[in-house]
Each structure stands twice: as structure tokens, then as C-alpha cells.
Ligand binder design. Structure first.
Ligand SMILES: NC(=O)c1ccc[n+]([C@@H]2O[C@H](COP(=O)([O-])OP(=O)(O)OC[C@H]3O[C@@H](n4cnc5c(N)ncnc54)[C@H](OP(=O)(O)O)[C@@H]3O)[C@@H](O)[C@H]2O)c1
Length: 266
């Protein structure tokens, strides 16, 4: 049974740019009530001012567990329930595995993995106590990546966080099913956002024509919020290619080396 988007309460981390912002725009147009978090509050305020639906704007750094907890508490206090929590906040790091410093490894895990887990941990107690709507008490959506299934060179730290998010989603999905809480992981390929400006600052972004729009990814996420499913692959071929890569890792290494020629750090 599909859930009604109008009136649904959705919390989104990382809503000030890119995929999170596009999802907020799509859901607001469909009448959902939104709780939006990011560090750049001015951007969230400007975005919320364009919406006709109820919006809570919250400045939070998800690398800080206390800020995750206070964002979720504020969302649940404002709206009285939380139908879907979208753990989207994250960033990339385009650097060799051992050239990335221990501090860079720890920092990216703090945001991408622990930020995800700390928001989920904060949201679950109240979500478990909610009455089900269309068969679900709630939903946790985790924005991983295609790189969560198969890492590419120069992205070891980032890909490891995305694989960890996928593992979290796979385990949690089965653990939470008896409570009727859905868990959905999202696996975009390269998407036109501010991602590369952060992952490789100062390097010109070459549009290879393969990247998706944030709006396309957002529409696929909205469909999975309406009808919760285990995984969202906004590019269908990428799902089959990564499955093939697990069967033929040597072949996948050759393909990855070829594809990575354009992204290797100077
Ligand atoms: N773009 C791609 O090619 C691609 C592909 C696969 C997966 N993804 C995933 O999609 C998600 C969104 O990325 P995007 O492409 O939309 O990138 P983006 O345009 O750079 O947006 C990232 C968002 O995350 C927020 N954020 C980053 N660190 C944060 C922190 N510590 N606390 C709170 N918010 C934080 C940013 O807000 P503030 O800076 O205002 O805090 C921003 O709103 C990420 O998890 C990324 O790994 C992206």
C-alpha cells in the first residue's frame, strides 16, 4: 500500500545543497511537512521561504552526536511524529588510500557513517511508538552510493564510509522489520551537485555527460518514500554492473583503472 506524501513528516540531513535540497523541493511540492538540517542555516532559511508546506529549519553538524539528537528531538517535538528520516548529509574525498591522513579518515567516518547512525539512534524510540500508516510505523532512508557496492580508486576513505552505510542498512532492515520500520539505502552514480567542489577543491569539474541530475535522484527517492523498498538505484544499469563486478573482481579492477584515469589526483 502506498503512503500519502501530503501531510507526511520527512526529516532530511544535508538539505542545503544537491540531492538533499532537490528532495526537499520535490517533497514540499507534494505537500509533505519537512524538517531540514545542515550547517549552512542561511541556505536552509532561503529554501524554506519558497515552500508553502510547514518546515522546520535546523542548523546542525551531523559529525556531533549531540547535534544529531537535538535535530531529531526538535523535528519530533514540532510535528509529533517522523514518517521518514533521510540520512543524506555527507561529503567525498578524492585522494589516495594512504595519502589520505588518519585525521581525514576519521573525519569522513564521523560525518558520513556516525552522523547517519546517530540520527537513526535518536529517531528510533519515538518511531517505534508511532501508529503505523499504510503498514509502516516509519522509514529510515540512507544515502549511500554506487561506491558502497564497489569502490573506485582515489576514493578509498569515501567508499569505505558508503560501504559501511550499506552494511548498516542491510542489517538494520531485517532488525527493524518486525517493528514495521522500513530501511531503504540509496545508491546514486555521479550526480551534478556541489559534491566534487568539496571532494576535490580547486579542481575544475569536467562534465563527462554521464552524471545524473539531483532532481532525477530525488524523484526516485520520493517514489521510495511513498512505497518503501530495500534499495534505490537511480541508474538501473549501475545496479547490474556492480553485481557483475562482485562476480568478476579482476575484470572490475581493469574497468575501474580505465574509468579512473580522468579523476586521478595530479
Ligand atoms: N553527487 C554525487 O556524485 C553522489 C553520488 C553518490 C552518492 N552521493 C551522496 O549523496 C549525499 C549528498 O551529496 P550531494 O551530492 O548532494 O553533495 P552536496 O551538494 O555537496 O551536498 C551535501 C550536503 O550535505 C551537507 N553536509 C555535509 N557535511 C555535513 C555535516 N557535517 N553536517 C551536516 N550537513 C552536512 C551539506 O550542507 P552544509 O555544508 O550546509 O552542512 C549539503 O547540504 C552524500 O551522502 C553523498 O555521499 C553523492
Amino acid at each position: 500500500m502506498a503512503r500519502q506524501l501530503a501531510g507526511m513528516v520527512v526529516a532530511i540531513t544535508g538539505a542545503s545543497a544537491g540531492i538533499g535540497r532537490a528532495l526537499a523541493v520535490d517533497l514540499a511540492a507534494r505537500g509533505a511537512s519537512l524538517a531540514l538540517a545542515a550547517r549552512r542555516r542561511d541556505r536552509l532559511d532561503a529554501l524554506a521561504a519558497t515552500f508553502a508546506t510547514p518546515v522546520l529549519v535546523y542548523a546542525a553538524d551531523v559529525a556531533d552526536p549531540a547535534q544529531c539528537a537535538s535535530f531529531i528531538a526538535a523535528a519530533q517535538a514540532r510535528f509529533g511524529r517522523l514518517d521518514t528520516l533521510v540520512c543524506n548529509a555527507g561529503y567525498g574525498l578524492l585522494k589516495g588510500a594512504v595519502e589520505s591522513t588518519p585525521e581525514e579518515w576519521r573525519a569522513i567516518f564521523a560525518t558520513n557513517l556516525h552522523g547517519t547512525l546517530d540520527c537513526i539512534r535518536a529517531a528510533l524510540p519515538a518511531m517505534r511508538a508511532q501508529d503505523p500508516v499504510a503498514g509502516w510505523r516509519g522509514q529510515v532512508m540512507i544515502v549511500s552510493s554506487i561506491l558502497g557496492r564497489r569502490a573506485s580508486p582515489w576514493t578509498a576513505a569515501y567508499s569505505a564510509t558508503k560501504a559501511a552505510q550499506l552494511s548498516l542498512a542491510e542489517a538494520l532492515r531485517v532488525e527493524l522489520r518486525p517493528a514495521r520500520i522500513a530501511v531503504t539505502s540509496v545508491h546514486p552514480i555521479g550526480t551534478r551537485t556541489e559534491f566534487l567542489d568539496v571532494a576535490a577543491p580547486g579542481r575544475p569539474v569536467v562534465d563527462d555527460g554521464l552524471r545524473q541530475s539531483a532532481e532525477h535522484v530525488a524523484r526516485r527517492m520520493t517514489a521510495a518514500i511513498r512505497r518503501p523498498c530495500p534499495e534505490v538505484w537511480p541508474s538501473r544499469p549501475s545496479r547490474w554492473l556492480t553485481s557483475l563486478a562482485t562476480l568478476c573482481p579482476g575484470l572490475a579492477d581493469l574497468a575501474a583503472a580505465r574509468l579512473a584515469r580522468g579523476v586521478a589526483p595530479p
